[in-house]
Design a protein around this ligand. Structure first.
Ligand SMILES: [Zn+2]
Length: 435
């Protein structure tokens, strides 16, 4: 089914409010609390599947539901409510661009802009429908390549955004990258070379149902909009990929109410299934999945705090990207193994891509650096600057993909299997791919 017309959708949303007032209200209320790190560990709260925002100055910040708040009280955990400090941050009105989401894309606006890009660059851009969300919205990709309507079997790079609904900036960076390539193809030889030799696949909005929910109902929503068996909503689609899925209950949760609920089975969700089918259908050589916030570049593993095969190469590539970002205007992005950077995560995109496809895979957490600088609420005026500082790193990884040989033939699907990446990093960040 194609996406419903906006009017029909609005009516459906209105009806849902009439029919399900209790559920809607339960979804809507959340609090941000901060807990001393020692207290947090003493109560083993890392096992609760809380929606963790960040760790700062010895305190852990989390978004908690009313039920979780009650559980914290019951367990005599000492915490501080800090919601007012952060919500809404710097988002006091409707912008000149209009609409509830200002300069950020809604699902419809993204589709409209994708179709306009494809119309204006018919040789270079094509809108591809990857699948349909639970609420009937189309999950879109923009394929960018020369002779775009032909299948030339070129090496490809995959750029993903917005697994998590509230991370609005993660839609904009992939979208702007696509637009940049198309608008600079004619004048920029490096862009032309990249586009001619490879396929760039842009999927800025993996979770359209969740995004719409953050626009119209609850800005802090994270998951998709799966109605779970116990009446709660949502699967964390960045815990729903198959590699090391459900490895433990710290990196994801078996509890449907949790904000890191992993779903009932790997790839149970149409959003992850759409990414999986695309990823397996083309010759991808690298992937970036954008999230926000905290300014960090993460590479496998996330599911366990141990080095992945070719760990030093991944580390060097992440370091190169961090250097390219910092060179633009001095913004510092950290980098490291995902499980080391904050907490373990299992069933996420990059562990799966790395283990299954044998290609370098990175999660980039976009600005700001922490909740005090806005958390999920990036100033609209900062969108373009955030894209600009990420552009050289994107071009680097896309260039790597375009020039790399095919990934190793043995694509390990088991945790213990050895993975050998088809490249080495030389001092200074140069890639040696054996040519
Ligand atoms: Zn995220």
């Amino acid at each position: 089914m194609r996406r419903a017309r906006p009017l029909a959708l609005a009516l459906a949303v209105g009806l849902a409010w009439v029919l399900l007032p209790v559920r809607a209200a339960a979804d809507e209320t959340g609090e941000i609390v901060s807990i001393d790190k020692k207290e947090f560990l003493a109560h083993r709260l890392e096992r609760r599947g809380l929606d963790l925002l960040m760790e700062k100055e010895g305190r852990v910040y989390a978004v908690v539901s009313p039920g979780e708040l009650a559980a914290l009280f019951a367990a005599r955990v000492r915490f501080t409510r800090v919601t007012e400090r952060f919500f809404p941050y710097d988002q006091t009105g409707i912008s000149a661009d209009g609409g509830l989401n200002g300069a950020y894309h809604s699902t419809l606006e993204l589709e409209t802009d994708f179709r306009a890009l494809a119309r204006d660059h018919p040789q270079l851009a094509r809108v591809v429908e990857l699948g349909t969300s639970l609420e009937g919205r189309t999950i879109y990709a923009l394929k960018i390549s020369d002779n775009v309507s032909q299948d030339e079997g070129e090496p490809a790079v995959l750029v993903l955004g917005c697994h998590h609904a509230r991370e609005w900036i993660s839609v904009e960076v992939p979208f702007l990258f696509g637009r940049y390539l198309l608008e600079n193809y004619a004048a920029d030889a490096a862009v032309r070379n990249l586009v001619d030799r490879s396929e760039v696949w842009i999927v800025p909005l993996v979770n359209p149902d969740g995004l719409e929910y953050t626009i119209h109902v609850y800005r802090y929503w994270r998951k998709n909009r799966r109605l779970n068996a116990d009446g709660t909503y949502g699967v964390d689609i960045n815990r729903n990929y198959s590699y090391a899925w459900g490895y433990d209950n710290i990196g994801s949760s078996p509890e449907p109410a949790s904000d890191v609920f992993r779903g009932t089975a790997p790839f149970s969700e149409p959003e992850t299934d759409a990414v999986r089918r695309l990823a397996l259908s083309r010759d991808f050589r690298a992937v970036i999945s954008y999230h926000s916030f905290s300014q960090v570049i993460l590479y496998p593993w996330g599911y366990v705090d141990a080095p992945a095969p070719a760990d030093s190469e991944l580390h060097a590539m992440a370091g190169t990207m961090a250097g390219l970002i910092a060179a633009v205007r001095g913004t510092v992005y950290g980098y490291g193994r995902a499980a080391q950077a904050l907490y373990v995560t299992n069933g996420d995109t990059v562990d799966w891509a790395y283990a299954t496809l044998g290609i370098p895979a990175f999660t980039i957490e976009l600005p700001p650096v922490d909740v005090d600088h806005g958390g999920f609420f990036n100033d609209e005026a900062a969108i373009d600057a955030i894209f600009r500082e990420n552009l050289p790193a994107l071009l680097y990884l896309a260039g790597y993909a375009a020039n790399s040989p095919a990934p190793p033939h043995a694509r390990p699907r088991d945790r213990g299997a050895r993975l050998r990446l088809p490249f080495r990093i030389l001092p200074g960040g140069r890639i040696d791919n054996g040519r």
